[in-house]
Design a protein. Structure first.
Length: 247
């Protein structure tokens, strides 16, 4: 019942946002409703978001750890960023349509040629100034550790316009991280039921860390390593995970 009530609230938020979204699109300007929808949908699902640090608002690629689909509601609602996602999400009912409306950049990871094309699309989005968010682990983790950051997903950084900065973001659910993590063979419906039906509010802190200059960092592997160490240190300091940088 709790899940259905939250879905009903989210549907109401969507219905309220659609007229303004359509008007913005008709006028050829970015929709102001996407960020509002994500933030309000997150609140409907219990998220209580706290922002720590100073988020950059343009010419930035956010690199964040990934625990749950709730990450998108939290980070998107706080920043208005466009997201990079696996291409299979594009075909999901309702969710795929919402992702496209939000400017999601879909990565076809099975084809190297397609990945190069998506890197160009990402570079184009970054050139427009809008923040873009990427989960470099490539999938959700278990909430107790960080997976390796895939440097291959950062190919677009090398083709990005001058002035781009990379900002690590630690998405910190505290002790609840392991309870909401989407791992193993858990299906989409089962995870939505378990996480969406969770009682009570769910505090999450978005820790915006010191930006990385891609030019000075020395390549995408170095960027991936520096971002992972920064996020790992932040989550370790809060007690969420135990992280030790690679030697």
């Amino acid at each position: 019942m709790r899940l259905w009530l939250r879905l009903a609230r989210t549907a109401g938020v969507l219905a309220a946002a659609l007229p303004g979204h359509a008007l913005d699109r008709a006028r050829g300007r970015p929709s102001r409703q996407v960020r509002r929808f994500l933030g309000r949908a997150g609140h409907a699902f219990g998220l209580r978001v706290t922002v720590a640090g100073e988020p950059l608002d343009r010419d930035v690629l956010y690199l964040a750890n990934h625990v749950s689909w709730l990450d998108i509601l939290a980070l998107g609602g706080a920043t208005g960023a466009a997201f990079v996602s696996k291409d299979d999400v594009e075909g999901w009912p309702v969710v795929g349509w919402l992702a496209r409306q939000g400017g999601t950049i879909f990565i076809h990871r099975q084809s190297r040629a397609a990945v190069r094309g998506q890197a160009d699309a990402l570079a184009t989005a970054l050139a427009g100034g809008r923040p873009v968010a990427l989960f470099p682990e490539g999938t959700t983790g278990n909430g107790t550790a960080l997976l390796p950051f895939r440097a291959s997903l950062l190919a677009a950084v090398e083709a990005a316009p001058p002035g781009l900065r990379v900002q690590p973001v630690a998405i910190d659910y505290g002790p609840a991280a392991r309870k909401i993590a989407w791992t193993g063979n858990e299906g989409t419906g089962g995870n939505a039921k378990r996480v969406g039906g969770r009682p009570g509010p769910l505090p999450v802190t978005l820790r915006f860390l010191s930006p990385i200059d891609p030019v000075r960092a020395g390549g995408r592997k170095a960027i991936a390593a520096a971002a992972r160490d920064a996020i790992g240190a932040a989550l370790s300091a809060s007690g969420t995970i135990d992280y030790r940088p690679a030697p």
